[in-house]
Design a protein around this ligand. Sequence first.
Ligand SMILES: Nc1ncnc2c1ncn2[C@@H]1O[C@H](COP(=O)(O)OP(=O)(O)OP(=O)(O)O)[C@@H](O)[C@H]1O
Ligand SMILES: [Mg+2]
Length: 220
Amino acid sequence: MILLDNICKTYTSGGTETHALRGVSLSISNGDYIAVMGPSGCGKSTLLNILGCMDSSTSGTYVFDDVAVHELSYKQLHIFRKKHISFVFQNFALLNRYTVFENVELPLIAQGIHSTERKKKVTNTLEELGIAELRDKLPIHISGGQQQRTAIARALVSDHELILADEPTGALDSNTSKEIMDVFDIINKHGKTIMVVTHDLTVAKHAKRLLRMEDGLFLI
Ligand SMILES: Nc1ncnc2c1ncn2[C@@H]1O[C@H](COP(=O)(O)OP(=O)(O)OP(=O)(O)O)[C@@H](O)[C@H]1O
Ligand SMILES: [Mg+2]
């Protein structure tokens, strides 16, 4: 269970202040599947980054299960994220020097998991996402949809409870988008909590709840 209460985020750069979030409150239960839509600049990525412990709010409270996330230091936020949260990005964010298998294996290495266990987990996840046969390919030698599947595999392999996706289909054609969203649906059926930011209503319709943002606030 996640509770955001009156979250504000103000960026200050070059003497000007931008109020990216102006008092966002939200509760997310385990297994929820939320889509967030809204015009460019309304604060969607800012919200996702705060939820994902990539950034902290200027004010407000964020409670994740029994942890007061808003009270964590920068270092503690990093540790918390590594334990509980996975991200999927529009540009896949794969490392091009590494194979599909190695990309998916990276978070497990970071967590200090033993190699036998890593191989088992990565193999299972690649099979689950239908990309087992691509394991030794480099990202530049596979399609955009296959790259995004790899990125989703990397997000899933750690078995985190919260998956955050910022425009995960933004670089994909509509057929491939549908395939990727079908993957998200299956992940959610397996009990993962998902929040997806998207500009595409077809994508948003996969979610259980659609929230609209404008100017740093949710529209009711
Ligand atoms: N690091 C930053 N420093 C200063 N201002 C920022 C920073 N990041 C975002 N902003 C500003 O905060 C506001 C919200 O940005 P955000 O990236 O959350 O929007 P968004 O809804 O994700 O937009 P898009 O749909 O274009 O991705 C914008 O006005 C943006 O210019
Ligand atoms: Mg954004």
